[in-house]
Design a protein around this ligand. Structure first.
Ligand SMILES: C[S@@+](CC[C@H](N)C(=O)[O-])C[C@H]1O[C@@H](n2cnc3c(N)ncnc32)[C@H](O)[C@@H]1O
Length: 391
């Protein structure tokens, strides 16, 4: 079957040919004649077939390619793509919870699927992908026979794509707090919480950090439901204080601590991280984690966000007499060197030094694609903090 044709401008950069699935509106010479969300075939100006994808005139990313072949985009297509993605993930059996589909990295732009034990939570972020909802659903059922599949497609950006929010069980059913085990810890993915319910991307960093936990008084800033805190308590921390602005996240964290037999080991504080960090006394904690949400979306406006990273880290460094700072950034628009620069400036202003013990990023189930730099977003460092006079 053939689809409406889109033709690229001549003499384009190699990005699309090197594997990037996005085609911007200013790269297209002849636009396809079709409705938004439709499948289109993309050609070079000299008539060479580039690939097949979906079109949306409302987005600056006019086309997102799904394949470089003349193949049908149907249930079988999704079965093949999901099988490929699963084959990569199944090489590692460290957890029953992982990201099964990471959008562009798995050749499925606009789709994320996280697995929590035998429940799947999917997020669709584009009109084109939303039109394949039924095929995705059938493919997941065929491959995994799950107990339930929940769609949690939420956020203001959906309006720009022209699609409604969806927050419901599409297949089977399950609890709002989905239990799953990870690194020998019982966790809960909250379907009324953020993203797909849990931040699976930090689990390897949290696990690494737990080696340094013994007897530490921990402060988990931007804790959400306590991923870091629970890893550290399991690692032998004395106590963990969780700070987040979301009351619900903190309530779930308390439930998670009960499930793990650690209810007396945590305290929760609802508040603003920036204010809270400013008012700490040096030495109140031995280990501080800073894991803020993405601070900016657009690479043009990163200056303020870099200043905010410096301020957050400076306040945490000042609050540590000697101890550990674990700090992170999930802002895709900020490059690693710029983020690290902000931390180094914080060290200089605090008259302390940080010995870098660990450098982390995304786990294997959030693979960074060499062709799509936008898939690289998570940055993580653990520093041992000392006064310059104590080196
Ligand atoms: C990236 S998530 C943290 C994930 C968490 N560390 C984990 O591993 O599960 C960011 C968290 O920061 C919280 N948050 C956002 N702005 C905040 C602020 N100004 N003060 C305190 N918490 C904030 C959000 O509610 C969210 O739970």
């Amino acid at each position: 079957m053939l689809f409406p044709r889109a033709i690229l401008k001549p003499r384009l950069k190699r990005r699309v040919f090197n594997g990037h699935p996005w085609v911007y509106d200013n790269e297209i010479d002849t636009f396809p004649e079709c409705e938004d969300g439709s499948l289109v075939d993309l050609f070079t100006s000299s008539g060479q077939f580039v690939g097949r994808g979906y079109y949306n005139s409302r987005s600056t990313i006019s086309i997102r390619l799904l394949t470089r072949k003349y193949e049908n985009i149907d249930e079988d297509f999704f079965v093949r793509k999901i099988q490929k993605a699963f084959a990569l993930r199944s090489k590692y059996s460290e957890t029953s919870a992982y990201r099964l589909i990471f959008g562009e990295s798995d050749g499925l732009p606009g789709l994320v699927v996280d697995r929590y034990s035998n429940y799947f939570v999917m997020q669709i972020s584009t009109l084109g992908m939303s039109l394949f909802r039924e095929s995705i659903l059938s493919a997941l059922i065929k491959l995994f026979n799950p107990k339930g599949i929940y769609e949690k497609s939420e956020g203001a950006f959906l309006k720009l794509e022209g699609i409604p929010q969806v927050s419901e069980w599409l297949y089977g059913s399950g609890p709002t707090l989905i239990p799953f085990k990870m690194n020998d810890i019982q966790f809960l993915a909250d379907l009324m919480g953020q993203k797909t319910g849990f931040f699976l991307d930090q689990r390897c960093n949290a696990r690494f950090l737990s080696r340094f936990a013994s007897e530490k008084r921990v402060l988990d800033v931007f804790s959400y439901t306590g991923n870091f805190a629970l890893h550290l308590l399991k690692g032998g921390a004395h106590h963990a204080t969780l700070l987040d602005q979301s009351e619900r996240a903190l309530e779930v964290a308390k439930e998670v601590s009960r499930l793990n037999g650690l209810p007396d080991k945590i305290s929760v504080i609802k508040g603003n991280a920036f204010d809270f960090l400013r008012n700490l006394n040096p030495g109140d904690y031995d280990l501080i984690i800073i894991d803020p949400p993405a601070l900016v979306k657009n690479a043009k406006y990163t200056e303020k966000a870099i200043a905010a990273y410096k301020e957050l880290n400076l306040r945490a460094i000042r609050a540590l007499k000697e101890g550990l700072l674990a700090t992170s950034s999930c802002t895709q628009a900020i490059r690693e060197d710029a983020w690290l620069g902000s931390i180094h400036r914080a060290f200089n202003d605090s008259k302390k030094i940080g010995l870098q013990l660990f450098s982390g990023s995304q786990p294997f189930d959030h693979p960074v694609s060499s062709a799509v730099f936008e898939t690289n977003y998570l940055k993580f460092r653990a520093f041992y903090i000392r006064k310059i006079s104590d080196i």
